[in-house]
Write a protein that binds this ligand. Sequence first.
Ligand code: TGC
Ligand code: FAD
Length: 394
Amino acid sequence: MNAKPQLATLNPYDLFDVRAMLSEEERMVQDTVARFTDERVLPIIGECFDKGEFPKHLVPEIAAMGLLGSSLPTEYGCAGMNAVSYGLICQELERGDSGIRSFVSVQSSLCMYPIYAYGSEAQRQQYLPKMAAGEIIGCFGLTEPHGGSDPANMKTHARRDGGDWVINGAKMWITNGNLAHIAIVWAMTDDGIQGFIVPTDTPGFKAQEIHRKMSLRASVTSALFFDNVRVPDSQRLPNVKGLKGPLGCLTQARYGITWGPIGAAIACLKEANEYAKTRILFNRPIAATQAVQVKLAEMARRITLAQLLSLQLGRLKDAGKMQPTQVSLAKWNNIRVAIDIAREARDILGGSGITTEYCPIRHALNLESVITYEGTETVHQLVVGRELTGINAF
Ligand code: TGC
Ligand code: FAD
């Protein structure tokens, strides 16, 4: 007969003790980033969001913790952490704000990764150590104004001219665009899509910040314009051609993004839970009503499933077995979970929930971008549908 189970007090934000499945090193990474978020991000982020400012002064601290290109090898000045650690970094940063996690995702997965995976040894040596140190900031230009979901229909083009390439075109919705020292630019050539490392001070390059955003306000988003931007062939990423180049980077970034919104969701559940226990209506805390408890329980259920999904995805990635369709399913699921939780938490806070004094509306608004970028929810549903049916419905 089984022994009677001991009743333990559970962590309400980790009901299945996912943390116990982490290695000591992974827990240390999580604790370090959690402390950074609590001490350095949370005290300022509401105001940054209100003002529409990215807290750039935090970049050196983020770099000093090894969070930029954290999974790349130490020989390039990076931390050489595993995929689960990268996921935990994203989760703890996005518990603060999606904008901070976005900065790290773009720098790590969309700029440092392609230089590492598709670049020459000289490009790796030139850029990666300085990018890990936060001295060179990158942005990633794939999306174009006429439609981001279908990047194969690329209008930005690069023409070979002797030993140089001449780039013309435009990119839209580019994170870090006005902060960046270099842009990873994907352009159509006579030989298919290719990637270029374009220093943003190259003549003909222009970044224009996009204002009036109601989402990701603590992040810089820009349009990029290329008017006869000339770069030498040594700035081309030599080891990839075709759409699989940028899509390979997106797989890395999307993996991290499956973890990030778990952090946002936990922050919202925590805020709603604490508020509900102190908000007295009809002579009792609203947390004592069945309706509110069902809502909180539903949030915890969905967070738990998302945590288990991302952990398994991370273990698959570390084993070299992760497939893009699995990433699509997890991105779709976990962001849907987080955005629903943020909206529900906002509701539990009543009128107070509409101010940025509390986090749910900020997270809900941010997650409107997160559910759109790196492939919209529909795109990821169609990727899973294509896997199931073998029919391309795009
Ligand atoms: P498809 O025929 O499926 O594939 C073309 C080639 O690419 C390969 N491939 C992949 N490789 C690596 N990872 C993946 N996820 C891959 N998916 C496909 C594929 O094997 C093939 O290779 P080859 O050798 O046969 O040529 O291409 P498709 O045109 O049918 O693609 C369809 C679709 C819709 C899935 C794709 O176009 C797509 O993912 N669209 C969404 C675009 C997107 O996500 N853009 C994001 C821009 S970056 C961004 O949003 C940054 S926000 C960051 C932040 O602030 O945090
Ligand atoms: P569209 O592709 O025009 O989609 C419009 C609608 O059509 C969506 O609902 C979509 O789901 C739907 N749709 C598309 N295809 C189909 C179909 N076949 N069937 C049914 N419905 C379909 N891009 C970068 O390259 N670099 C960045 O750093 C970057 N950062 C971003 C930051 C922010 C804050 C935002 C909002 C976006 C960012 N993006 C970036 C762009 C992002 O990747 C695109 O917004 C996204 O891929 C969608 O493209 P789109 O906005 O052109 O929408």
